[in-house]
Design a protein around this ligand. Structure first.
Ligand code: ATP
Length: 586
């Protein structure tokens, strides 16, 4: 459109036309004179002004405080693309000086509202950020992902997807139909196709290269309910399933273990192992746990606390329960006897050796359990030999040359402080470590008085039955039992009750028999016949000697009497006798 003047067009008409043109454009236009007073403003620019009054002739900064058009008046230099804030709108402005005859007479500013554009550009920026976040998320996912459009064409595929299906990183699938994955042999069935057919989520499991893969397809709908995307997610279930199977197996084992544990606990009680205290409960649990592992166990605790009974429980709960159980008391035999007992000997090994030689208990305990009681009493030279057997799992009979392999579980017990003995140099440290792989400490009775009443009841029943006597215990005596110190622990308690059951004259238990056993009570004993007192002392000494040595021969030599007397008396007291200080079961 041109603005050439013709004869018929007057300048006024032209001006009107020009104004109409300027008013109809999107840009705002403001002209100022040399003083910055507004000389012209078009309709678009007026919309930016807050005042509805006269604008012409007013200072530009009154209406647009941030306007820098006056800078152009001073510098005579045009400005282009300057961002300016007018009220809540953002505009992009160009400012040009008006120069007539080389004189600045004013300036014109034209500006374009870019507020909405800014908003859109901001939104585009946010979308770009979101997009890169999404890409990072998709790529870092451990699940495989393939995203297709509503027509089933692949838009993106992440690394995990490629790895799980064995698709090379440089094989491009973008824009291709998802069915191409089947065509190229990566898959046999497509979850995406299922989603597109049913317009619903779908799952399937496929075995790919020996691995179990779970496919899950999810449709994404637009506002009109049309599927615009299908997201196929794949997850390798192989490890998960194998973990699940292990977990199942493990929990089944745990269940078996638990029921076995309670079975053995019940059995321990049935077998006459009596306890109420949490301390012994822990000992029993540890013993049963350790029984399953074929390792050396050292049981420590004072004399008579139940170390042997616990050893038998371990053996009972172990895989060697049907193998032999052999006990040897290292404190009751001379060193030379222990050596020949442990390792056996060949014919003529020493004077008095049996003609054909004799196997040692390491041989006899083959596939079984060997219990070395009072191991702290073992002399140093025998400690070295025992250590060698443990390390080499072989023995050589005394006087022999042939190595015999040893398959024995070793359980040792002591009432001595082996750690202290190691410090003092009377027990070898290396042997101590070998024996003490697992330590089970049995606390003395005074540290678990809660066990006393139940033990008293048990022993009362046991001995009443054994001697066919009906004995009852009064609350006062029970009280005295729980208050007693029991330095000899359960063995002492057991012996005391046995004595009381036998010696009490009637159904009730004679309290004086208990007082005579070293009770804290101070009342004097009633006078008794000398022969009864002697018989009682004799019995006590014989029983004690026998319990200490576990051998009628040793007990006899300890007391300076005949072995036959010990055997006879023990029979009289109802005790079973053993000729040798070892017992072989099964
Ligand atoms: N909890 C218990 N329930 C029933 N009887 C027990 C219990 N603890 C120990 N006894 C009995 O006490 C006596 C001594 O137990 P055991 O021989 O096991 O003790 P120990 O610690 O091996 O003794 P030592 O150190 O003298 O060899 C045994 O007759 C045993 O049956």
């Amino acid at each position: 459109m041109g603005y050439e003047s013709t004869e018929s067009q007057k300048p006024g008409i032209l001006m009107n036309e020009l104004r109409a043109v300027l008013d109809s454009i999107y840009s705002g236009i403001i002209a100022v004179d040399i003083n910055g007073k507004i000389t012209y403003i078009n309709e678009t620019a007026k919309k930016f002004m807050v005042c509805g009054e006269e604008i012409i002739g007013r200072d530009v900064n009154e209406l647009i405080p941030l306007s820098r058009i006056k800078d152009v008046l001073h510098s005579a230099k045009p400005q282009y693309g300057v961002k300016l804030q007018i009220g809540d709108r953002t505009v992009l402005t160009n400012r040009t000086p008006i120069i007539i005859n080389r004189q600045i007479t004013g300036a014109v500013s034209s500006f374009l509202d870019i507020t909405d554009l800014e908003l859109v550009s901001h939104q585009i920026h946010s979308v770009q950020e979101l997009n890169s976040e999404l890409s990072a998320l998709i790529d870092s996912s451990a699940d495989g992902l393939v995203i297709s459009d509503g027509q089933g064409c692949i838009i993106r595929m992440n690394k995990a997807y490629r790895l799980m299906l064995g698709i090379p990183l440089d094989e491009n699938f973008t824009g291709l139909p998802v069915t191409e994955l089947v065509t190229r042999g990566y898959l046999s069935e497509l979850v995406t196709s299922k989603v597109l057919q049913t317009l619903n989520s779908a799952t399937m499991i496929q075995e790919i290269k020996g691995r179990e893969i779970l496919f899950t397809g999810t449709p994404v709908f637009n506002t009109k309910g049309k599927v615009v995307r299908v997201i196929a997610n794949i997850r390798d279930l192989t490890e998960l399933n194998s973990l699940r199977r292990s977990l199942h197996r493990f929990s089944q084992e745990m269940d078996n273990y638990r029921s076995e544990l309670s079975r053995l606990k019940i059995k321990a009680l049935e077998d006459g192992f009596i306890f109420n205290s949490p301390e012994i409960r822990k000992v029993v649990e540890l013993s049963i746990r350790v029984a399953r592992v074929d390792t050396n166990v050292l049981i420590t605790g004072e004399s008579g606390v139940g170390k042997e009974i616990i050893t038998r429980m371990i053996r009972e709960a172990s895989n060697r329960s049907t193998g032999p159980f052999i006990k040897i008391n290292c404190g009751a035999l001379s060193p030379s006897l222990i050596e020949s007992e442990l390792f056996g000997y060949e014919e003529g090994a020493f004077t008095g050796a049996a003609k054909k030689g004799k196997p040692g208990i390491f041989e006899l305990a083959l596939k079984g359990t060997l219990f070395l009681d009072e191991v702290g009493e073992l002399p140093l030279d025998l400690q070295v030999k025992l250590l060698r057997v443990i390390q080499e799992k072989e023995i050589t009979r005394l006087g022999g040359t042939q190595s015999i392999s040893v398959d024995v579980r070793l359980i040792t017990a002591t009432n001595r402080n082996l750690e202290q003995m190691v410090k003092e140099g009377t027990f070898r440290q290396d042997l101590f470590y070998r024996l003490n792989v697992v330590n089970i400490y049995v606390p003395p009775l005074r540290e678990r008085v809660i066990d006393i009443p139940i033990l008293v009841e048990y022993f009362m029943r046991k001995f009443s039955k054994k001697y066919n006597l009906n004995r009852k215990i009064s609350p006062e005596i029970m009280q005295a039992f729980t208050e007693h110190d029991w330095p000899g622990n359960i063995r002492e308690l057991e012996n005391t009750i046995e004595r009381m059951v036998i010696l009490s004259p009637d159904e009730g238990i004679d309290p004086s028999l208990f007082k005579g056993n070293g009770s804290k009570e101070t009342t004097a004993d009633p006078p008794r016949l000398l022969k009864d007192a002697l018989a009682e002392t004799e019995k006590k000494m014989i029983l004690q000697a026998y319990h200490l040595t576990q051998s009628t021969r040793k007990a006899a030599s300890m007391l300076g009497i005949n072995q036959s007397t010990v055997v006879r008396k023990l029979k009289l007291y109802g005790k079973e006798t053993l000729v040798m200080p070892r017992s072989i079961t099964d």
